[in-house]
Ligand binder design. Structure first.
Ligand code: AHR
Length: 326
């Protein structure tokens, strides 16, 4: 009798479990996403970019936003094709990080004609046309360049340097961070007669290019180089082994200034081989999702959203910098 009751109970529990799974499945299936967002990412050229993609994916999940993410593998034509696919798919909002500033007018006109709002993430575009995009969510690259230049002036003062020879390894030509970081840095050092930029060379934000550029710069300018100003951590990390292979001590014989503030560069800063890292945060996902939701609701949004950023350098105790998450 007892066995029989147990069997019936087990049967009832099994049916209850099956029913509850079916119900959960149904709720999940019928749950509508808050909106459909098409996002064209530049590529995977740096730890920064990989962290940025991860942050956007995680934020979309958190906000219940369905994300169509396309990686353009560093090609503008792939980004244009992705935006066209988003338009054909009738997404609610389009977002993209333009690899360079020029060349977007036609595809953005198509998005405008389709009534789909466009958000710029990380980088800006250059256009004569009004109203192609709604807003820009990204770092103040000009300010980052200024912070780097001002650090260098303080460093030169503290070392009593009379002449400062700089080589600059820049990010992708015609991209917003390349243009603005350079402009900010040059403006900051312009009034200081000790400063000479020996050469600016395009490192395309890539580690392999940072390596090649540094090899060339060392061959050309040898021990006259006092400073390397590199537009991102990836290129800096490529340049450092070349400097050591040429028998110079980075951080001591040559002042190293980098931008991004990823974990690997911060670890090297702690070892004293990088002197200064200006932060550029890739964590733009929350702002992106909140802005997309506002646009879907037909609300006004801020034209420019810059995250707060800081500087890490040998002027302070760097041993306690918290884990960076990218
Ligand atoms: O646009 C931001 C820049 O792009 C970051 O500094 C760099 O690391 C990335 O590739």
């Amino acid at each position: 009798m007892f066995r029989m009751i147990k069997k019936v109970l087990a049967g009832v529990l099994l049916i209850a479990a099956l029913l509850s799974t079916a119900c959960t499945k149904k709720t999940e299936e019928t749950k509508e996403p808050a909106l459909l967002l098409g996002f064209s990412q530049i590529g995977s050229e740096s730890a920064w970019r990989i962290g940025n993609t991860r942050d956007i994916e995680e934020s979309a999940d958190k906000y219940g936003i369905s994300l169509m993410l396309e990686n353009a593998n560093q090609k503008q034509e792939n980004q244009i094709a992705a935006i066209r696919r988003f338009i054909a798919y009738k997404v609610d909002v389009i977002a993209f990080s333009p690899i360079v500033e020029e060349g977007w007018d036609n595809v953005l006109m198509e998005a405008k004609d389709a009534g789909i709002p466009v958000i710029l993430v990380d980088r800006d575009i250059s256009t004569e046309k009004e109203g192609l995009t709604t807003c820009l969510i990204g770092a103040d690259f000009y300010k980052e360049g200024v912070m780097a230049g001002e650090y260098l002036i303080r460093k030169a003062d503290s070392l009593g340097m009379e002449q400062v020879n700089i080589v600059e390894i820049t990010g992708t030509e015609n991209s917003t961070p390349m243009r603005q970081r350079q402009a900010g840095f040059f403006d900051a050092i312009a009034g200081d007669e000790r400063m000479t930029v020996l050469e600016s060379i395009d490192g395309d934000f890539l580690k392999s290019r940072g390596e090649e550029c540094m090899r060339y710069l060392l061959k050309t300018y040898g021990d006259t180089i006092d400073v390397v100003f590199s537009h991102n951590d990836e290129m800096t990390l490529g340049a450092l082994p070349e400097i050591e292979a040429a028998d110079f001590a980075p951080g001591t014989d040559i002042i190293i200034i980098s931008i991004d503030g990823g974990q690997e560069a911060i670890d090297v800063l702690k070892q004293g081989k990088i002197n200064c890292v200006v932060e550029c945060t890739p964590k733009l996902g929350r702002e992106l999702m909140e802005t997309a939701l506002l646009l879907k609701a037909g609300e006004e949004v801020d034209k420019v959203i810059h995250p707060e950023e800081q500087i890490f350098s040998d002027e302070t105790d760097v041993s306690q910098i918290a884990p960076r998450g990218y």
